[in-house]
Design a protein around this ligand. Sequence first.
Ligand code: IPE
Ligand code: IPE
Ligand code: MG
Length: 238
Amino acid sequence: MAGLPQHIAIIMDGNGRWAELRGIPRTEGHRRGSERAKQIIEAARELGIKNLTLYAFSVENWQRPLDEVFTLMELLKNYLNAERDNMKRQGIRFMTIGNRDMLPGDILTLIKETEDATKDGKAMNLILCLSYGGRDEIIRAVRKLLKEKIDPESLNEDNFKNYLDTDGIPDPDLLIRTSGERRLSNFLIYQSAYAELYFTETLWPDFTKEEFLEAIQDYQKRQRRFGRVLESLRCIKS
Ligand code: IPE
Ligand code: IPE
Ligand code: MG
């Protein structure tokens, strides 16, 4: 049986539909979604999860209407300004992954300030995916490798990971997606090769701490084999 996941990654999906169902603007769904994110971050820290990754904005999301993108960026700024001291107190180390070149300057400054203010946090890493795309991440990694003129024969799965944005962070054990969609949408496509997947119909603004716990309990019932058979797993453990 699996223990407590070391790393949980969440595709926080369904804010727009949550709002549309209530006849209110999608942006209001995003506001409620960011409140929900705050609760789930707290819950993860209380449970002793060491790494929590949240998919907040994909590279593809730049194609959304300008006012929606603007609201999402404003929500992020408000979140960082309001939560920076709290994260520091709680021992949460904040970091972001994604294509920084595409982010506006004021957001970048705020990110750097928050990363710096929380860099000594030991309780949990909070990894926010902003302007993130798994393919974009892999291509940026390959570019770095080529620039460094790495000997092709020395490249392996372990050292390739050092070139990804998630350098130093273990692969996700549990990947949750809300809102009923059953796809990865370009999220951690390299790192999730052996993640356990959990899909729920619940829209992100309705995803409670209780359901988060249910997802973890569901994960704990699973048997992770990584391609082996049961017998050889027992040998490794003993
Ligand atoms: C997830 O909610 C948040 C972002 C992608 C930024 P959506 O905005 O995708 O909500 P739906 O999928 O349209 O309901
Ligand atoms: C994925 O959700 C991105 C985030 C949750 C930030 P999308 O709503 O953008 O994904 P698709 O378009 O349904 O695949
Ligand atoms: Mg969506």
